[in-house]
Write a protein that binds this ligand. Structure first.
Ligand code: PLP
Length: 390
């Protein structure tokens, strides 16, 4: 069996995307910044990527900057705005991806910034009144993710954008999970900076984009050549750009169909998993990205469950990919008020375009079996040995 249910970690590169990239390795190999014909041809990939990103966000092409991916976009947005300000206060949340959290910790520990890490409620949502209260006279940036990578929970972005705007504070959102899955219009939502990564939406790894609204000026990120108005130097990844553009175009065209498919399979999966006693869907009552199911199984060590599924050829995740392998329970679920054991008992399933009902049914039946077996041999489950596990 081969069943991939970890699309929040990465996706396969769509065949059409791969094919759109190929010419830029071969005949269109020029440097997109060169002034001759080879350069102009290669530069078409760069323009295409920016046009597609601008289209999907309701932005201008001049507001799109190509980067090496989501991590770089987050680093540039956060460190760039902080550095341009020099000092001050930053507001973010406790459930951000490490690409955001670790930038904030760095600015706090090494650069003297103050950082507020907003808590979330049990559904994984921040309270926007608390956000507004946290604003100080020297707040230089608000960074709140669009949708969470572990739960799919969608933050109240429009409210946050409104608050940021009314206080004149730049608002960055890590939309790596959300782009191509939910409609986003940066102007309507009050977003000033937004991070994109291609490999989360059936594009290649190692390319992404940062939307920077006209008039917002983060410090330059890479010093060198004049690419990206001199703000992000480095020869363009033209094959990557062709891939990013194609992935965005396909996502834009197929989002509605994809979402219906993801939603139906996620519902089937949740209904099946909830038949196992002691199962809880994390973020169940919040609005979530279609196809994201984060489930806790009482008394189970999710790593043990994941390993058994892996042995059967089924790929799921324990918390986020970056922390799997370590025994730390998910900080996202801890922030949502789950205790250590509940957080350690969670698996993330993220559905993609190619998954089928049949695959979901196989996964449900194997998990039902494995959860039963693991509970029978786990001291923790026995200690807490409610009868309903039987
Ligand atoms: C994957 C991910 C990133 C990192 O993107 P890369 O392109 O892999 O560097 C950042 N934020 C979120 C929410 C993600 O899911």
């Amino acid at each position: 069996m081969e069943i991939y249910l970890d699309h929040a970690a990465t996706t396969n590169t769509d065949k059409r995307v791969f094919e759109a990239m190929l010419p830029y390795f071969e005949e269109h190999f020029g440097n997109p910044s060169s002034q001759h014909g080879y350069g102009r041809t290669a530069n078409k990939a760069v323009s295409f990527a920016k046009e597609q990103a601008a289209k999907i966000l309701g932005a201008k092409t001049g507001e799109i900057y190509l980067t090496s991916g989501g991590t770089e976009s987050d680093n540039w947005a956060i460190k760039g705005i902080a550095e341009a300000a020099g000092k001050g206060h930053i507001i973010t949340t406790q459930v951000e991806h490490h690409a955001v959290l670790d930038c904030c910790v760095y600015l706090e520990k090494k650069r003297g910034f103050r950082v507020t890490y907003l808590p979330v409620n049990e559904e994984g949502l921040i309270n926007t009144e608390e956000l507004e209260k946290a604003i100080a006279p020297d707040t230089v940036l608000i960074s709140v993710m669009f949708a969470n990578n572990e739960t799919g929970v969608i933050m109240p972005v429009r409210n946050i954008g409104g608050i940021a705007k009314s206080h004149g504070i730049p608002f960055h959102t890590d939309a790596v999970q959300a782009v191509g899955r939910v409609p986003i219009n940066v102007a309507e939502l009050g977003i000033d900076l937004l991070s994109i990564s291609a490999h989360k939406l059936y594009g290649p790894k190692g390319i992404g984009a940062l939307y920077i609204k006209d008039g917002i000026t983060p410090e330059r990120f890479m010093h060198g050549g004049g690419q990206e108005k001199g703000l992000r130097a480095g020869t363009y990844n033209s094959p990557g750009a062709a891939g990013l553009g194609a992935a965005l175009r396909i996502a834009d065209e197929s989002a509605e169909k994809d979402n219906a498919h993801h939603h139906a399979l996620a519902k089937r999966l949740e209904d099946g998993l909830l038949k196992i006693a002691g199962t809880r869907i994390n973020g169940a009552n919040a609005s979530r990205l279609a196809g994201y199911v984060n489930a806790s199984f009482d008394g189970i060590d999710s790593l043990a469950l994941m390993v058994r599924l892996d042995f059967e050829g089924i790929a799921v995740s324990t918390g986020s990919a970056c922390t799997s392998g370590s025994v730390k329970p998910s900080y996202v679920l801890r922030a949502m008020g789950r205790d250590e054991n509940e957080a350690r008992a969670a698996l993330r399933f993220t559905i993609g375009r190619d998954n089928t009902e049949r695959q979901i049914d196989s996964v449900i039946s194997l998990i039902t079996k494995f959860v039963g077996e693991l509970r029978a041999i786990t001291p923790f489950a026995q200690k807490n040995g409610e009868k309903h596990f039987a």
